[in-house]
Design a protein around this ligand. Structure first.
Ligand SMILES: Nc1ncnc2c1ncn2[C@@H]1O[C@H](COP(=O)(O)OP(=O)(O)OP(=O)(O)O)[C@@H](O)[C@H]1O
Length: 237
């Protein structure tokens, strides 16, 4: 019997802002149920890659397969329906709406709002305490919990997380990554992008390093962690 296709496969993906090519031939695989950490210094192209993957930007060349289906250039809407969900850098919550209103808006067709609220509050009791508070007045960690809860409401097959740790204290980041590990245990595949690596590597099954618009190293998290300084600052082979 043939093995199921990986949840995500990129083959020689290119993308550009105007004439400036930012992704220069990205190859990457996320196996079903895996957590993959995509690391890399400022400007490596990580956020651009997530924009391309979530349909916000069209690749100029290359192939993207989601669960074996060719989706290069597909709309965000189609990708969402196919099970992909992006948690963007900067958290993507509506600051002038309450926690509960943010969760209501995350409800997708066919999933009862009550069920979404129950699941979100079970996973993040802190959000229940603050359900009538405006999202913009939550702490950074709480906003990140809310954006994760919103993402999970769509019952994604593949979660794309951009800089979950941005601007947060280490202890908060550790807690969020514990949640990421729990989400993965439920069978959700996860591609997590981080500039600073250790928390993401702790929960990852596999890691890749991006530099100058290409993947320059892939491997086990421990191996990548040992090579990270060289890969970021010493140029990569
Ligand atoms: N809208 C844009 N127009 C033109 N150039 C852009 C745009 N957005 C990003 N870039 C450039 O593309 C390159 C890759 O940026 P990108 O944000 O993808 O990197 P990154 O790896 O996510 O870095 P960071 O961790 O700093 O966010 C950078 O040189 C950046 O200046």
């Amino acid at each position: 019997m043939s093995r199921p296709a990986p949840i995500l496969e990129l083959i020689d993906v290119h993308a550009a802002y105007g004439r400036i090519e930012v992704l220069r031939g990205v190859d990457l695989v996320v196996a079903r149920g895996a957590v993959v950490a995509l690391l890399g210094p400022n400007g490596a192209g990580k956020t651009t890659l997530l924009r391309v993957l979530s349909g916000l930007m069209r690749p100029t060349a290359g192939d993207i397969h989601l669960a074996g289906v060719h989706v290069s250039g597909a709309s965000p809407d189609r990708l969402t329906r196919a099970g992909l969900c992006l948690v963007p850098e900067g958290r993507g919550v509506f600051p002038n709406l309450t926690v509960e209103e943010n969760l209501w808006l995350a409800s997708s067709a066919g999933v009862a709002v009550e069920q979404i609220l129950t699941q979100a509050y079970a996973r993040f009791p802190r959000l229940k305490q603050r359900r009538r508070q405006l999202a913009g007045s939550l702490s950074g960690g709480e906003q990140q919990m809310l954006s994760l809860a919103r993402a999970l409401a769509s019952d994604p097959a593949l979660l794309l997380l951009d800089e979950l740790s941005m601007g947060l204290a280490p202890l908060i980041v550790e807690g969020l990554y514990d949640t990421v590990a729990e989400i993965a245990e439920r069978g959700v595949s996860i591609l997590v992008v981080e500039q600073f690596a250790s928390s993401a590597l702790r929960v990852a099954d596999y890691a890749a390093v991006m530099q100058g618009g290409r993947i320059v190293a892939t491997g086990e998290p421990a191996e990548i962690e040992n090579r990270l300084t060289d890969l970021y600052f010493g140029g990569a082979a």
